[in-house]
Design a protein around this ligand. Structure first.
Ligand code: NAD
Length: 409
């Protein structure tokens, strides 16, 4: 079997520190499970940009697209590059360049003690956000006029296309169907952004009808969503929203699961085989703690889990998640999640725990080690694998559609 090539980009700040641990985890799994994977380390980020002006060379962009199954990215953003030129080229070069339209961010608490809400437990925090990843306010359209004068004007355009809106909404419904969820919430601000978000509302309504009655589409204004996520996060399973709101809401989601050090994400283009996908922890480069050896590596390790599930190894994802959950329970973790270990020691504990799991499995017991104790979910719910979706193909609107069409085939 041809090895799946995985590009590793540490990037800036704590990015290289956590990607180093992600790489060691991938090497361990390759060895223990004979995974056919090949790792390719790339020197990209602020250091490289400041050294020779390189951001994301076209030949690298094309090589990743042609040769790689996945990219693991740490984080980008460095105070020495205030214009973020390198970060924009690399992140948008992949998200938009490879048309990775779905930014999928699972918000799942792995331990009761990580949930900051009074009277709530880990079982109450288990939802996935589908963030549109290629449009919205992030396209960089706009400009400044009369800059630096008292009359200056600054404009950023919010771009929403029918195709872009429909495919992310469809992806959320496909995911809900594949994982047996009965509700998809769509968050917008259509009461204020009457043109752009009326499109979201209309498309959501149309797509929801196709998935009814099995899956219910519920509309929520994004401000109310923030309120409800704090009051009762257990009512949410799948949330779909635009690029900007998804960025913000998933930081709130990260807070519910224990902080940015616990939040993983995937950037995918549906479930097509042979198409490169990009995986990154939700956190940024955290310049305030960079180089101190205290960054939480678990977001990156959980991101490796998403990556492996995407490549067709969902059991490996469960093994990683269960080991991280046990590290949290046993306080074998960094200080942001209540432990006292450094980045390397926390990640090494998880690797050792995974080795223990494999030893137990080889001896014919230890299946119980695969499941996080805090999340009594079925296998299909627990493992996140976009391969399980059917590709969300855009459908042509049918003429004379009845008000409540039959469920999709
Ligand atoms: N996708 C990305 O690469 C990405 C995402 C967000 C922000 N950024 C960039 O990162 C830089 C810093 O941004 P920011 O400070 O707003 O966000 P940030 O996520 O880097 O940090 C926010 C806070 O969370 C803490 N934190 C983040 N990750 C942590 C971890 N793994 N362990 C422990 N604590 C952690 C930080 O110390 C900081 O206090 C900026 O340049 C920003 O543009 C990049």
């Amino acid at each position: 079997m041809k090895a799946a090539k995985i590009a590793l980009i540490g990037g800036d700040g704590i990015g290289p520190e956590v990607v180093r641990e992600g790489k060691l985890l991938l090497e361990l799994l390759r060895e223990e499970r004979n995974l056919p994977i090949e790792l390719w380390e790339l020197d990209l980020g602020a250091e490289r940009y400041l050294r020779d002006g390189t951001t994301f060379p076209p030949e690298v962009r094309v090589a990743i697209q042609r040769e790689c199954a996945a990219v693991l990215l740490g984080a980008l953003g460095d105070p020495r590059v205030p214009g973020m030129e390198h970060a924009r080229d690399i992140i948008f070069g992949m998200r938009q360049g490879y048309d990775l339209f779905a930014n999928v961010r699972p918000c799942r608490a792995l331990s009761d003690r990580l949930v900051p809400l009074k009277g709530r437990a880990a079982r109450d925090v288990d939802f996935v956000v589908f963030r549109e990843n290629t449009e919205g306010i992030y396209v960089g359209m706009g400009g400044q006029f009369k800059r630096g004068t008292p009359d200056e004007v600054a404009i950023n355009e919010d771009v929403n296309t029918r195709k872009g809106v429909e495919r992310i909404i469809r992806a959320a419904f496909e995911y809900a169907r594949a994982h047996g969820h009965d509700t998809v919430h769509m968050a917008d601000k259509s009461n204020a952004m009457r043109h752009a978000h009326e499109l979201w509302l209309r498309v959501f309504d149309q797509v929801s009808r196709e998935y009814a009655p099995g899956i219910k589409g519920k509309h929520v204004y994004v401000d109310a969503l923030c309120l409800y996520l704090i009051q009762d996060p257990s009512q949410f399973r799948v949330i779909v929203t635009n690029n900007l709101f998804g960025d913000i809401v998933t930081d709130l989601g990260a807070a519910l699961q224990g902080g940015l050090g616990m939040a993983a994400s995937a950037n995918v283009h549906g479930s097509e085989r042979g198409r490169v996908a990009m995986f990154e922890p939700v956190h940024g480069s955290a310049p305030d703690i960079a180089g101190k050896g205290v960054a939480n590596p678990f977001a990156c390790l959980l991101t490796v889990g998403l990556l492996l599930a995407h490549l067709g190894y969902p059991e490996e994802e469960r093994i990683i998640e269960a080991a991280v959950a046990r590290a949290i329970d046993g306080q074998q973790c960094t200080r942001d999640v209540g432990g006292a270990l450094g980045t390397q020691a926390a990640a090494a504990w998880v690797r050792e725990e995974i080795r223990r799991t494999f030893r137990a499995l080889r001896l014919g017991h230890g299946r119980e080690r695969l499941a996080p104790r805090c999340a009594p979910l079925s296998d299909s719910e627990r493992c996140w694998s976009p391969r399980r979706w059917r590709p969300p193909r855009p459908r042509r609107p049918r003429k004379n559609r009845s008000p409540s069409p039959s469920p999709p085939r």
